[in-house]
Design a protein around this ligand. Sequence first.
Ligand code: ADP
Length: 264
Amino acid sequence: PRAAGSPRHVTARVAPLGSRLVLALVEDRTRERQVDAVRRDFVANVSHELKTPVGAMRLLAEAVQDAADDPEAVDRFASRMLTESARLSRLVQQIIELSRLQGDEPLDSPVPVSIDDVVASAVDFVDMSAGAKEIQLVAEGEAGLKVLGSEKQVSAAVSNLVANAVAYSEPGSRVVVTRRRVGTTVEISVIDQGIGIPEAEVERIFERFYRVDPARHRSTGGTGLGLSIVKHVAATHGGEVRVWSVEGQGSTFTLILPQHPRHE
Ligand code: ADP
């Protein structure tokens, strides 16, 4: 199936095998071309996204040189350089993670993954930023659940969801991470009482580098890649991710993965 109007890229080679017999080789390269286009797009976006923190760091380094005899200013510029370099290293780390996941291929050697450990490591990961905003972080739900896959990937996905919940919540609010078994699946939900997502934008937030409000995003230090990583992790594990959100009231992101073992 293809979108109306999009061209197919087909090459045909024809070889005569005898007076009446003809061998025709038809090769459809449409999918290959689409993958190439997505890759080119990704590289263009990455270059653009890298330019911002690199440019900021160069300007700040120049500012430090110019302010050599003003220790307070040097201090201020240096701490902004640290912030920018942290952003840059997070961006590079997420780009690497995402490029590994892009094929959405099932994992080579999946292992049983403890959801208790995944939730604990996600809570650990955001503990400091939640503490700094006085956000109450609660982990609850059914213990002992497992999925089959990569602990590193599932932990990265849940950590991204919890980090977003904290980043897009007001100080003093509550973030709940809960898990339960539903049929043959495990559902891990991250529930916040934060700013929510406008209905018209919900479709787009899983796109790479997409942010609802780029101005707001700078203050949260986000990269626009977190949810894209979550979506790909769900795909490589044969699962999906759902979102429910009301602007101004909060959001719930649910990662749904096949349970392991399938039948208890
Ligand atoms: P970012 O690094 O900007 O957080 P993500 O891919 O993780 O990138 O998220 C994409 C966008 O979706 C965010 O910029 C934000 O606008 C929105 N978003 C994600 N999670 C939440 C949430 N829990 N509450 C409100 N908005 C969210």
